[in-house]
Write a protein that binds this ligand. Structure first.
Ligand SMILES: NC(=O)c1ccc[n+]([C@@H]2O[C@H](COP(=O)([O-])OP(=O)(O)OC[C@H]3O[C@@H](n4cnc5c(N)ncnc54)[C@H](O)[C@@H]3O)[C@@H](O)[C@H]2O)c1
Length: 445
Protein backbone atom coordinates (compact mmCIF):
# COMPACT_ATOMS: atom_id res chain seq x y z
CA UNK A 1 0.00 0.00 0.00
CA UNK A 2 1.07 3.55 -0.63
CA UNK A 3 1.04 4.35 3.10
CA UNK A 4 3.63 1.68 3.88
CA UNK A 5 5.69 2.58 0.82
CA UNK A 6 6.08 6.26 1.72
CA UNK A 7 6.51 5.55 5.44
CA UNK A 8 9.35 3.13 4.69
CA UNK A 9 11.14 5.65 2.49
CA UNK A 10 10.83 8.34 5.18
CA UNK A 11 12.09 5.94 7.87
CA UNK A 12 15.12 5.05 5.76
CA UNK A 13 15.68 8.76 4.94
CA UNK A 14 15.47 7.75 1.30
CA UNK A 15 12.46 10.02 0.71
CA UNK A 16 13.20 13.05 -1.45
CA UNK A 17 11.38 16.14 -0.20
CA UNK A 18 10.23 18.87 -2.58
CA UNK A 19 9.19 22.28 -1.29
CA UNK A 20 7.32 24.53 -3.73
CA UNK A 21 7.84 28.24 -2.98
CA UNK A 22 11.03 29.26 -1.18
CA UNK A 23 10.03 32.33 0.82
CA UNK A 24 9.82 33.05 4.55
CA UNK A 25 8.07 29.69 5.06
CA UNK A 26 9.47 27.41 2.36
CA UNK A 27 13.20 28.06 2.69
CA UNK A 28 13.43 27.36 6.46
CA UNK A 29 11.36 24.19 5.94
CA UNK A 30 13.52 22.97 3.07
CA UNK A 31 16.61 23.61 5.18
CA UNK A 32 15.23 21.58 8.12
CA UNK A 33 14.59 18.55 5.91
CA UNK A 34 18.08 18.75 4.44
CA UNK A 35 19.59 19.10 7.92
CA UNK A 36 17.63 16.01 9.03
CA UNK A 37 19.41 14.00 6.32
CA UNK A 38 16.84 14.09 3.52
CA UNK A 39 17.49 15.03 -0.08
CA UNK A 40 15.69 18.39 -0.26
CA UNK A 41 14.75 20.09 -3.54
CA UNK A 42 13.23 23.56 -3.62
CA UNK A 43 11.01 24.67 -6.52
CA UNK A 44 10.80 28.38 -7.35
CA UNK A 45 9.35 30.53 -10.10
CA UNK A 46 11.88 33.24 -9.21
CA UNK A 47 15.10 32.17 -10.92
CA UNK A 48 17.19 34.69 -8.92
CA UNK A 49 16.16 33.03 -5.66
CA UNK A 50 16.94 29.56 -7.01
CA UNK A 51 20.33 30.75 -8.28
CA UNK A 52 21.20 32.37 -4.96
CA UNK A 53 20.43 29.18 -3.05
CA UNK A 54 22.44 27.04 -5.46
CA UNK A 55 25.32 29.50 -5.00
CA UNK A 56 25.16 28.83 -1.23
CA UNK A 57 23.49 32.14 -0.40
CA UNK A 58 20.44 32.99 1.72
CA UNK A 59 17.95 35.84 1.39
CA UNK A 60 15.88 34.96 4.48
CA UNK A 61 17.09 36.41 7.78
CA UNK A 62 16.27 33.30 9.84
CA UNK A 63 18.28 30.99 7.56
CA UNK A 64 22.03 31.62 7.90
CA UNK A 65 24.04 31.67 4.70
CA UNK A 66 26.57 29.25 6.26
CA UNK A 67 23.83 26.63 6.72
CA UNK A 68 22.66 26.89 3.10
CA UNK A 69 26.24 26.77 1.85
CA UNK A 70 27.07 23.63 3.83
CA UNK A 71 23.90 21.84 2.69
CA UNK A 72 24.38 22.85 -0.96
CA UNK A 73 28.06 21.82 -0.87
CA UNK A 74 27.13 18.44 0.58
CA UNK A 75 24.51 18.09 -2.21
CA UNK A 76 21.62 17.59 0.23
CA UNK A 77 19.87 20.82 -0.76
CA UNK A 78 19.24 22.37 -4.15
CA UNK A 79 16.78 24.74 -5.79
CA UNK A 80 15.35 24.67 -9.27
CA UNK A 81 12.88 26.34 -11.62
CA UNK A 82 12.50 23.05 -13.47
CA UNK A 83 9.25 21.55 -12.20
CA UNK A 84 9.95 18.25 -13.98
CA UNK A 85 12.10 17.40 -10.98
CA UNK A 86 8.83 17.07 -9.00
CA UNK A 87 8.74 13.61 -10.51
CA UNK A 88 11.73 12.66 -8.36
CA UNK A 89 10.04 13.71 -5.10
CA UNK A 90 8.29 11.37 -2.65
CA UNK A 91 6.78 14.22 -0.66
CA UNK A 92 5.90 17.66 -2.03
CA UNK A 93 5.03 20.56 0.27
CA UNK A 94 3.35 23.68 -1.11
CA UNK A 95 4.42 26.99 0.52
CA UNK A 96 3.30 29.61 -2.00
CA UNK A 97 1.68 32.98 -1.18
CA UNK A 98 -2.03 33.34 -0.43
CA UNK A 99 -2.80 37.05 -0.85
CA UNK A 100 -6.15 38.79 -1.06
CA UNK A 101 -7.69 40.27 -4.16
CA UNK A 102 -8.50 44.00 -4.16
CA UNK A 103 -12.03 42.95 -3.18
CA UNK A 104 -10.52 41.27 -0.04
CA UNK A 105 -11.50 37.86 -1.37
CA UNK A 106 -9.02 34.97 -1.15
CA UNK A 107 -6.60 34.66 -4.04
CA UNK A 108 -5.65 30.99 -4.26
CA UNK A 109 -4.23 31.32 -7.76
CA UNK A 110 -0.67 30.61 -6.53
CA UNK A 111 -1.86 27.39 -4.87
CA UNK A 112 -3.65 26.40 -8.09
CA UNK A 113 -0.57 27.13 -10.20
CA UNK A 114 1.66 25.06 -7.90
CA UNK A 115 -0.91 22.25 -7.74
CA UNK A 116 -1.15 22.21 -11.53
CA UNK A 117 2.61 21.67 -11.81
CA UNK A 118 2.35 18.81 -9.31
CA UNK A 119 -0.69 17.28 -10.99
CA UNK A 120 1.13 17.05 -14.32
CA UNK A 121 3.85 14.91 -12.68
CA UNK A 122 1.80 13.14 -9.98
CA UNK A 123 2.60 9.46 -9.74
CA UNK A 124 2.01 6.55 -7.43
CA UNK A 125 3.79 6.80 -4.08
CA UNK A 126 3.67 10.58 -3.53
CA UNK A 127 2.54 12.53 -0.47
CA UNK A 128 1.35 16.07 -1.16
CA UNK A 129 1.00 18.58 1.69
CA UNK A 130 -0.38 22.10 1.50
CA UNK A 131 1.14 24.55 4.01
CA UNK A 132 -0.07 27.87 2.56
CA UNK A 133 -2.67 29.47 4.83
CA UNK A 134 -6.07 29.14 3.21
CA UNK A 135 -9.82 28.80 3.79
CA UNK A 136 -11.32 25.59 5.19
CA UNK A 137 -12.00 23.12 2.40
CA UNK A 138 -9.19 24.13 0.02
CA UNK A 139 -7.37 20.82 0.41
CA UNK A 140 -10.32 18.46 -0.06
CA UNK A 141 -12.61 20.61 -2.24
CA UNK A 142 -10.02 22.13 -4.57
CA UNK A 143 -6.80 20.09 -4.52
CA UNK A 144 -8.24 16.59 -4.23
CA UNK A 145 -10.42 16.81 -7.38
CA UNK A 146 -7.47 18.31 -9.29
CA UNK A 147 -5.18 15.44 -8.34
CA UNK A 148 -7.81 12.74 -8.86
CA UNK A 149 -8.46 14.12 -12.35
CA UNK A 150 -5.06 12.62 -13.20
CA UNK A 151 -6.70 9.20 -12.83
CA UNK A 152 -4.79 8.40 -9.63
CA UNK A 153 -6.69 7.51 -6.46
CA UNK A 154 -6.26 8.91 -2.97
CA UNK A 155 -4.92 6.32 -0.48
CA UNK A 156 -4.32 3.78 -3.26
CA UNK A 157 -1.83 5.91 -5.20
CA UNK A 158 -1.13 9.15 -3.34
CA UNK A 159 -1.78 10.89 -0.02
CA UNK A 160 -2.92 14.45 0.64
CA UNK A 161 -2.79 16.57 3.80
CA UNK A 162 -2.80 20.12 5.13
CA UNK A 163 -0.36 21.35 7.75
CA UNK A 164 -0.37 25.02 8.70
CA UNK A 165 2.87 26.94 8.98
CA UNK A 166 3.40 28.87 12.20
CA UNK A 167 6.86 30.32 11.63
CA UNK A 168 7.43 33.66 13.33
CA UNK A 169 10.09 35.45 11.24
CA UNK A 170 12.78 37.10 13.36
CA UNK A 171 11.93 35.09 16.49
CA UNK A 172 15.14 33.32 17.57
CA UNK A 173 13.40 31.43 20.40
CA UNK A 174 10.88 29.60 18.21
CA UNK A 175 12.07 28.14 14.92
CA UNK A 176 10.71 25.30 12.77
CA UNK A 177 11.99 22.46 15.00
CA UNK A 178 10.44 23.67 18.28
CA UNK A 179 7.09 24.97 17.01
CA UNK A 180 4.49 22.18 17.38
CA UNK A 181 3.08 21.17 13.99
CA UNK A 182 -0.64 20.61 13.41
CA UNK A 183 -1.36 18.03 10.68
CA UNK A 184 -4.70 17.03 9.17
CA UNK A 185 -5.01 14.65 6.24
CA UNK A 186 -7.88 14.25 3.81
CA UNK A 187 -7.82 10.57 4.95
CA UNK A 188 -6.38 8.97 8.06
CA UNK A 189 -3.54 7.38 6.04
CA UNK A 190 -2.67 10.86 4.80
CA UNK A 191 -2.68 12.23 8.36
CA UNK A 192 -0.48 9.39 9.65
CA UNK A 193 2.17 9.66 6.96
CA UNK A 194 2.28 13.47 6.94
CA UNK A 195 2.58 13.46 10.76
CA UNK A 196 5.39 10.90 10.52
CA UNK A 197 7.20 13.04 7.95
CA UNK A 198 7.05 16.17 10.14
CA UNK A 199 8.12 14.18 13.21
CA UNK A 200 11.51 13.91 11.47
CA UNK A 201 12.08 17.65 11.80
CA UNK A 202 9.86 18.98 14.61
CA UNK A 203 9.73 18.01 18.28
CA UNK A 204 5.95 17.80 18.52
CA UNK A 205 3.28 16.91 15.98
CA UNK A 206 -0.42 17.34 16.75
CA UNK A 207 -2.57 15.25 14.40
CA UNK A 208 -6.21 16.26 13.85
CA UNK A 209 -9.11 14.43 12.23
CA UNK A 210 -9.23 16.28 8.90
CA UNK A 211 -7.56 18.81 6.64
CA UNK A 212 -10.45 21.20 7.35
CA UNK A 213 -9.74 21.18 11.07
CA UNK A 214 -6.07 21.95 10.40
CA UNK A 215 -6.98 24.74 7.96
CA UNK A 216 -9.43 26.26 10.45
CA UNK A 217 -7.02 25.96 13.40
CA UNK A 218 -4.53 28.16 11.56
CA UNK A 219 -7.21 30.76 10.82
CA UNK A 220 -8.37 30.71 14.44
CA UNK A 221 -4.79 31.40 15.63
CA UNK A 222 -4.36 34.44 13.44
CA UNK A 223 -7.92 35.70 13.87
CA UNK A 224 -7.34 35.49 17.63
CA UNK A 225 -4.33 37.76 17.21
CA UNK A 226 -6.11 40.20 14.90
CA UNK A 227 -9.10 40.49 17.25
CA UNK A 228 -6.98 40.91 20.38
CA UNK A 229 -4.71 43.47 18.74
CA UNK A 230 -7.90 45.25 17.68
CA UNK A 231 -9.03 45.24 21.32
CA UNK A 232 -5.64 46.63 22.44
CA UNK A 233 -5.84 49.33 19.75
CA UNK A 234 -9.33 50.29 20.85
CA UNK A 235 -8.12 50.50 24.47
CA UNK A 236 -5.25 52.74 23.33
CA UNK A 237 -7.61 55.17 21.64
CA UNK A 238 -10.01 55.05 24.58
CA UNK A 239 -7.14 55.73 27.03
CA UNK A 240 -5.89 58.57 24.82
CA UNK A 241 -9.32 60.18 24.98
CA UNK A 242 -9.36 59.73 28.78
CA UNK A 243 -5.72 60.83 29.18
CA UNK A 244 -4.71 57.53 30.80
CA UNK A 245 -1.41 55.73 30.09
CA UNK A 246 -2.45 52.61 28.06
CA UNK A 247 0.89 50.88 28.53
CA UNK A 248 0.75 51.21 32.29
CA UNK A 249 -2.80 49.85 32.23
CA UNK A 250 -1.72 46.79 30.22
CA UNK A 251 1.33 46.24 32.45
CA UNK A 252 -0.91 46.27 35.50
CA UNK A 253 -3.54 43.95 33.98
CA UNK A 254 -0.79 41.53 32.87
CA UNK A 255 0.17 40.84 36.51
CA UNK A 256 -2.97 38.68 36.72
CA UNK A 257 -1.62 35.13 36.49
CA UNK A 258 -4.74 33.65 34.83
CA UNK A 259 -7.49 34.71 32.46
CA UNK A 260 -5.54 37.56 30.86
CA UNK A 261 -3.05 37.58 28.00
CA UNK A 262 -1.32 40.85 27.17
CA UNK A 263 -1.68 42.26 23.66
CA UNK A 264 -0.27 45.64 22.74
CA UNK A 265 -1.49 48.48 20.59
CA UNK A 266 0.50 49.76 17.64
CA UNK A 267 0.33 51.78 14.42
CA UNK A 268 -1.72 49.07 12.69
CA UNK A 269 -1.20 45.45 11.66
CA UNK A 270 1.11 44.24 8.90
CA UNK A 271 2.81 41.24 7.35
CA UNK A 272 1.52 38.51 5.08
CA UNK A 273 -0.63 36.86 7.78
CA UNK A 274 -2.54 38.81 10.42
CA UNK A 275 -4.15 41.41 8.10
CA UNK A 276 -5.09 38.75 5.51
CA UNK A 277 -5.89 35.43 7.13
CA UNK A 278 -9.11 36.46 8.96
CA UNK A 279 -10.55 37.39 5.55
CA UNK A 280 -10.05 33.81 4.36
CA UNK A 281 -12.24 32.67 7.25
CA UNK A 282 -14.93 35.35 6.93
CA UNK A 283 -15.13 34.82 3.16
CA UNK A 284 -15.74 31.10 3.61
CA UNK A 285 -18.26 31.80 6.37
CA UNK A 286 -20.12 34.18 4.04
CA UNK A 287 -20.42 31.39 1.44
CA UNK A 288 -22.45 29.58 4.07
CA UNK A 289 -24.57 32.60 5.03
CA UNK A 290 -22.66 33.34 8.22
CA UNK A 291 -21.51 36.85 9.07
CA UNK A 292 -18.39 36.81 11.31
CA UNK A 293 -18.72 40.10 13.16
CA UNK A 294 -15.58 40.01 15.32
CA UNK A 295 -13.42 39.73 12.20
CA UNK A 296 -15.09 42.74 10.56
CA UNK A 297 -14.82 44.84 13.69
CA UNK A 298 -11.16 44.00 14.30
CA UNK A 299 -10.36 44.90 10.71
CA UNK A 300 -12.18 48.21 11.08
CA UNK A 301 -10.38 49.15 14.32
CA UNK A 302 -6.93 48.00 13.16
CA UNK A 303 -7.14 49.65 9.75
CA UNK A 304 -7.94 53.02 11.37
CA UNK A 305 -4.71 53.06 13.39
CA UNK A 306 -2.57 54.75 10.70
CA UNK A 307 -5.09 57.62 10.68
CA UNK A 308 -4.85 57.85 14.45
CA UNK A 309 -1.03 58.01 14.27
CA UNK A 310 -1.27 60.81 11.68
CA UNK A 311 -3.70 62.63 13.99
CA UNK A 312 -1.18 62.37 16.86
CA UNK A 313 1.48 63.90 14.61
CA UNK A 314 -0.90 66.70 13.57
CA UNK A 315 -1.84 67.37 17.23
CA UNK A 316 1.83 67.49 18.25
CA UNK A 317 2.74 69.90 15.46
CA UNK A 318 -0.33 72.00 16.13
CA UNK A 319 0.74 72.50 19.76
CA UNK A 320 3.96 73.97 18.39
CA UNK A 321 2.01 76.22 15.99
CA UNK A 322 3.20 74.21 13.00
CA UNK A 323 1.14 72.85 10.16
CA UNK A 324 1.53 69.39 8.70
CA UNK A 325 2.10 70.95 5.27
CA UNK A 326 5.81 71.51 4.79
CA UNK A 327 6.82 69.88 8.10
CA UNK A 328 9.71 67.43 8.07
CA UNK A 329 8.60 64.08 9.44
CA UNK A 330 11.12 61.30 10.08
CA UNK A 331 9.78 57.76 10.54
CA UNK A 332 11.87 55.32 12.54
CA UNK A 333 11.18 51.82 11.20
CA UNK A 334 9.00 50.84 8.25
CA UNK A 335 9.06 47.02 8.60
CA UNK A 336 5.80 45.66 9.98
CA UNK A 337 7.52 44.41 13.11
CA UNK A 338 10.74 44.56 15.09
CA UNK A 339 14.07 43.41 13.64
CA UNK A 340 12.87 42.04 10.31
CA UNK A 341 12.98 43.39 6.74
CA UNK A 342 9.39 42.62 5.69
CA UNK A 343 7.25 45.62 4.66
CA UNK A 344 4.30 43.66 3.27
CA UNK A 345 1.07 45.37 4.43
CA UNK A 346 3.17 47.45 6.85
CA UNK A 347 1.19 50.29 8.45
CA UNK A 348 4.24 52.51 7.84
CA UNK A 349 3.33 52.60 4.15
CA UNK A 350 -0.18 53.90 4.91
CA UNK A 351 1.23 56.42 7.39
CA UNK A 352 3.75 57.75 4.84
CA UNK A 353 1.04 57.94 2.19
CA UNK A 354 -1.29 59.87 4.51
CA UNK A 355 1.44 62.26 5.69
CA UNK A 356 2.46 62.99 2.12
CA UNK A 357 -1.17 63.58 1.16
CA UNK A 358 -1.24 66.31 3.81
CA UNK A 359 1.87 67.93 2.33
CA UNK A 360 4.48 66.74 4.85
CA UNK A 361 8.06 66.12 3.74
CA UNK A 362 8.60 62.50 4.78
CA UNK A 363 11.80 60.52 5.21
CA UNK A 364 12.52 57.29 7.05
CA UNK A 365 15.32 55.33 8.64
CA UNK A 366 15.20 51.53 8.88
CA UNK A 367 18.36 49.47 9.32
CA UNK A 368 16.62 46.47 7.69
CA UNK A 369 14.81 48.14 4.76
CA UNK A 370 16.85 50.08 2.19
CA UNK A 371 13.93 51.20 0.01
CA UNK A 372 10.13 51.22 0.02
CA UNK A 373 7.81 51.42 -2.96
CA UNK A 374 4.22 52.61 -3.02
CA UNK A 375 1.92 50.92 -5.47
CA UNK A 376 -1.40 52.28 -4.22
CA UNK A 377 -0.36 55.74 -3.07
CA UNK A 378 -3.13 58.33 -3.01
CA UNK A 379 -1.00 61.44 -3.53
CA UNK A 380 0.16 62.84 -6.82
CA UNK A 381 3.84 61.91 -6.96
CA UNK A 382 3.28 60.18 -3.60
CA UNK A 383 4.10 56.89 -5.23
CA UNK A 384 7.77 57.84 -5.48
CA UNK A 385 9.94 55.19 -3.81
CA UNK A 386 11.78 56.31 -0.68
CA UNK A 387 15.29 55.32 0.42
CA UNK A 388 16.25 54.87 4.06
CA UNK A 389 18.26 57.90 5.24
CA UNK A 390 21.26 57.56 7.57
CA UNK A 391 20.34 58.38 11.17
CA UNK A 392 22.60 61.40 11.53
CA UNK A 393 22.43 63.95 14.35
CA UNK A 394 21.35 66.50 11.78
CA UNK A 395 18.47 64.31 10.55
CA UNK A 396 17.17 63.88 14.11
CA UNK A 397 17.63 67.57 15.01
CA UNK A 398 15.95 69.00 11.93
CA UNK A 399 12.88 66.75 11.98
CA UNK A 400 9.77 68.62 13.10
CA UNK A 401 8.44 65.28 14.29
CA UNK A 402 9.98 61.82 14.70
CA UNK A 403 7.50 58.92 14.53
CA UNK A 404 8.60 55.58 15.96
CA UNK A 405 6.63 53.13 13.83
CA UNK A 406 8.76 50.01 14.35
CA UNK A 407 10.77 49.48 17.54
CA UNK A 408 13.88 47.92 15.98
CA UNK A 409 16.29 46.97 18.75
CA UNK A 410 19.41 48.42 17.08
CA UNK A 411 18.25 52.06 17.29
CA UNK A 412 19.86 54.28 19.95
CA UNK A 413 16.65 55.66 21.47
CA UNK A 414 18.59 57.68 24.03
CA UNK A 415 20.12 59.65 21.18
CA UNK A 416 16.71 60.02 19.52
CA UNK A 417 15.35 61.50 22.78
CA UNK A 418 18.36 63.79 23.16
CA UNK A 419 18.23 65.26 19.66
CA UNK A 420 14.52 65.13 18.74
CA UNK A 421 12.07 67.90 19.58
CA UNK A 422 8.73 66.13 19.07
CA UNK A 423 8.42 62.33 19.11
CA UNK A 424 5.33 60.21 18.48
CA UNK A 425 6.02 56.76 19.97
CA UNK A 426 3.57 54.16 18.64
CA UNK A 427 5.38 51.16 20.19
CA UNK A 428 6.29 52.26 23.70
CA UNK A 429 9.92 52.10 22.56
CA UNK A 430 10.91 54.88 24.95
CA UNK A 431 10.96 53.61 28.53
CA UNK A 432 10.21 55.73 31.60
CA UNK A 433 13.86 56.73 32.22
CA UNK A 434 14.33 57.86 28.62
CA UNK A 435 11.12 59.86 28.73
CA UNK A 436 12.01 61.51 32.05
CA UNK A 437 15.48 62.57 30.88
CA UNK A 438 14.36 63.75 27.45
CA UNK A 439 13.82 67.38 26.56
CA UNK A 440 11.68 66.30 23.58
CA UNK A 441 7.89 66.36 23.73
CA UNK A 442 6.81 62.75 23.59
CA UNK A 443 3.34 61.65 22.55
CA UNK A 444 2.57 57.99 23.08
CA UNK A 445 -0.18 55.88 21.59
N1 LIG B 1 5.56 34.83 6.38
C1 LIG B 1 5.05 34.31 7.49
O1 LIG B 1 5.37 34.72 8.61
C2 LIG B 1 4.04 33.17 7.42
C3 LIG B 1 3.73 32.48 8.60
C4 LIG B 1 2.82 31.45 8.55
C5 LIG B 1 2.19 31.13 7.37
N2 LIG B 1 2.49 31.81 6.23
C6 LIG B 1 1.81 31.39 4.99
O2 LIG B 1 2.75 30.68 4.20
C7 LIG B 1 2.52 30.92 2.81
C8 LIG B 1 3.80 31.44 2.17
O3 LIG B 1 4.13 32.69 2.76
P1 LIG B 1 5.60 33.31 2.66
O4 LIG B 1 5.64 34.41 3.66
O5 LIG B 1 6.63 32.25 2.71
O6 LIG B 1 5.53 33.93 1.19
P2 LIG B 1 6.79 34.47 0.34
O7 LIG B 1 6.21 35.46 -0.61
O8 LIG B 1 7.89 34.86 1.24
O9 LIG B 1 7.27 33.18 -0.45
C9 LIG B 1 6.52 32.54 -1.41
C10 LIG B 1 7.46 32.08 -2.53
O10 LIG B 1 6.70 31.29 -3.45
C11 LIG B 1 7.19 31.58 -4.75
N3 LIG B 1 6.16 31.15 -5.69
C12 LIG B 1 5.02 31.77 -6.06
N4 LIG B 1 4.32 31.01 -6.91
C13 LIG B 1 5.03 29.87 -7.09
C14 LIG B 1 4.82 28.69 -7.85
N5 LIG B 1 3.72 28.52 -8.59
N6 LIG B 1 5.77 27.75 -7.82
C15 LIG B 1 6.88 27.91 -7.07
N7 LIG B 1 7.14 28.99 -6.32
C16 LIG B 1 6.20 29.95 -6.32
C17 LIG B 1 7.49 33.05 -4.72
O11 LIG B 1 8.41 33.40 -5.74
C18 LIG B 1 8.07 33.22 -3.31
O12 LIG B 1 9.49 33.06 -3.31
C19 LIG B 1 1.35 31.89 2.76
O13 LIG B 1 0.16 31.17 2.60
C20 LIG B 1 1.37 32.56 4.12
O14 LIG B 1 0.08 33.02 4.52
C21 LIG B 1 3.42 32.82 6.23
Amino acid sequence: MVKEQITASIKAKRARIGVVGLGYVGLPLLTEFARAGFQAIGFEVDSDKAARINAGDSYIGDVPRSVIKELVDSKRLSATTDFDQLQDCDAVIICVPTPLRKTKEPDVSYILAAADEIKQRLHRGQLIILESTTYPGTTDEVLLPMFEASGLKLDEDFLLAFSPERVDPGNPQFQTHNIPKVVGGVTSDSTDVAAFLYSQIVNEVHAVSSARVAETAKLLENTFRAVNIGMANEMARLCYALNIDTWEVIRAAATKPFGFMAFYPGPGIGGHCIPLDPHYLSWKARQHGFDSRFIGLAEEVNSRMPDHVVQLVADGLNDESKSMKGSRILLLGVAYKQDIDDVRESPALSIIDRLRTKGAEVSYHDPFVKEVRFEDAHTEGGGQPLDSVPLTDDELRTADCIVIVTNHSGIDYQRVCRLGSLIVDTRNALNGDLRRDSSARIIRL
